[in-house]
Write a protein that binds this ligand. Structure first.
Ligand SMILES: C[S@@+](CC[C@H](N)C(=O)[O-])C[C@H]1O[C@@H](n2cnc3c(N)ncnc32)[C@H](O)[C@@H]1O
Length: 422
């Protein structure tokens, strides 16, 4: 059972771990062995952990310092990886559940027992908000804060923003897919300040809602955030965003605005704050209920291509591409880099939607992408949905392309048939 300690933070040395069963098993991730015991652990989150470790290591290289707060550490695998792989100078591994203490400590001891000489890590058991607020109050700021919560992490955003160093990194998570689907607009409004309605690219909305919520919390403190990468995984589902927290106001206000989707024509638009009173679609559909509007949320880039390129280079340097998991990670980062093309708008178009508007079967995704490129449109895959494309091509032209491709293949089939019959 989860026990939330409201005692002052206790240093690791004075924690008396409750006797627990021997570790259930010793497993390994990226060649590092660790125990999970009876803690919460998900194998499927390995990609999210890989991305976090790469980002932390890049931060360490550029700042020559890395103090990490792993606010909800479970068995401590992230803390262990930040120490062993990202070469963190110090990690505070916190989990509210005191019963995880011995497993976390056992895992962190793999990088060296804690002693008077070795104070590279500490284990605490407290509510994450309390830990973050106490760090802020004693001006003990961290370079990198990882908040791996269940559900929505919006209640930790403000305290995390106070405890992270300026120019530091905040790695936040949400597993709330229901809200991003637009099924609880009052909830998204309360949690992230965004009134979210059902839209065809709801999983991207989930990432944008999370970043938008962080933009809002940062602005309260006179800061702004820039997403370095945004990662959606259908295992959960999980929305993860790596944010750089910077001093001052958001340089580009148009990156925090509203979006509309027109059910009639299938096009989406961003709506700036000053145009809210003139909402409408370019197709001039005045059919009541045809326009769905969500926001305010993050409408700027989901990733920083230069930062992801550094991560990709580092993964290659570390030899991660040598196995299947590494290859998948490489493919993911390359897709994210493609998605960072500034010509590409927010959202994605599912090929099913294009096919249904064209009343035809959809041609292969690669064929549509190359046709869009030939016609001069920006287009890429989306790491979020394997059957979708990101493109600045209007829906009507996507439909035309699908029809033309279908016609082409019908003509070719006919010619082939004639050759066979002759
Ligand atoms: C998703 S799991 C963490 C998994 C871990 N980061 C990993 O990668 O394996 C969330 C953890 O947060 C802990 N937790 C839940 N609520 C908490 C709170 N308010 N403060 C601190 N820890 C909390 C749970 O005990 C659980 O271990």
């Amino acid at each position: 059972m989860l026990s939330l300690s409201l005692k002052p933070l206790t240093p690791f040395t004075s924690i008396k771990p409750k006797p627990s069963n021997p570790p259930k098993c010793c497993i390994s991730e990226r060649g590092l062995s660790f125990d999970i015991g009876d803690t919460f652990f998900r194998y499927e989150s390995a990609t999210g952990r890989d991305l976090g470790v790469l980002a932390a290591a890049i931060y360490k290289k550029s700042h020559n310092a890395l103090r990490v707060l792993d606010a909800m550490c479970g068995c401590g695998i992230r803390s262990l990886r930040y120490l062993a792989e990202a070469d963190a100078d110090f990690v505070m591994a916190n989990d509210a559940n005191e019963e995880y203490g011995s497993v976390i400590m056992g895992n962190l001891e793999r990088v060296g027992k804690r002693s008077e000489e070795n104070k590279r890590w500490v284990v605490t058991h407290s509510d994450a908000n309390r830990v973050l607020t106490e760090c802020y109050l004693r001006r003990d700021y961290f370079d990198f804060i990882d908040i791996d919560s269940f559900g929505s992490d919006s209640s930790f955003l403000r305290s995390a923003m106070g405890a992270v160093k300026l120019d530091g990194l905040l790695y936040v998570t949400s597993t709330d897919g229901y809200t991003s689907g637009g099924h609880r607009p009052q909830h998204s409004l309360a949690a992230y300040g965004a009134y979210v309605r059902p839209m065809p690219y709801s999983n991207e909305i989930g990432l944008r809602m999370l970043i938008g919520g962080a933009v809002r919390e940062a602005s309260v403190l006179g800061y702004h955030v820039i997403p370095l990468f945004s990662y959606y995984s259908y295992h959960g589902p999980v929305f993860r965003v790596m944010l750089r927290v910077m001093r001052g106001k958001l340089p580009n206000n148009s990156h925090y605005s509203f979006i509309s989707y027109c059910i009639r024509c299938g096009n989406s638009h961003t709506i700036s704050w000053d145009k809210l009173s003139q909402i409408g679609c370019s197709c001039n559909a005045n059919v009541p209920g045809s326009l769905v509007v969500s926001g305010p949320l993050w409408t700027g880039p989901l990733h920083s291509a230069p930062f992801l390129t550094e991560m990709l280079d580092l993964a290659e340097q570390w030899g991660w591409a040598g196995n299947d998991t590494g290859k998948q990670l490489e493919k993911l980062m390359k897709q994210m880099i493609d998605e960072s093309d500034p010509e590409l708008p927010f959202g994605y178009i599912k090929l099913d939607e294009v096919a249904s508007r064209a009343k035809l079967n959809s041609p292969p995704l690669g064929t549509i992408l190359s046709t869009l490129h030939k016609e001069g449109y920006a287009a890429s895959r989306s790491h979020i949905a394997s059957n979708a494309i990101k493109t600045n091509c209007p829906m009507a032209d996507c439909v035309r392309i699908v029809k033309e491709l279908q016609q082409c293949s019908a003509n070719e089939n006919e010619k082939y048939q004639q050759v066979v019959e002759a």
